[in-house]
Design a protein around this ligand. Sequence first.
Ligand SMILES: [Zn+2]
Length: 66
Amino acid sequence: MKNDSEIRVCKNKKCKKILPEGYKHRYCEACRNKHAQIAKNVVKGATAFAGVAVLVISGGKIDLKK
Ligand SMILES: [Zn+2]
């Protein structure tokens, strides 16, 4: 008989996919890929923002208003 407490599921509450035995991560592969994609998008967004800021500054338009 298997002990239910030994079954590990994905920590994503919307997912809860059963993780294979010996799986090292708390999220299933699909969720991990999603997270990696989000992290990439955040980096992309930050880079784009920095680019815009450089453009604005180099254009002589430094806007201090928020
Ligand atoms: Zn998952």
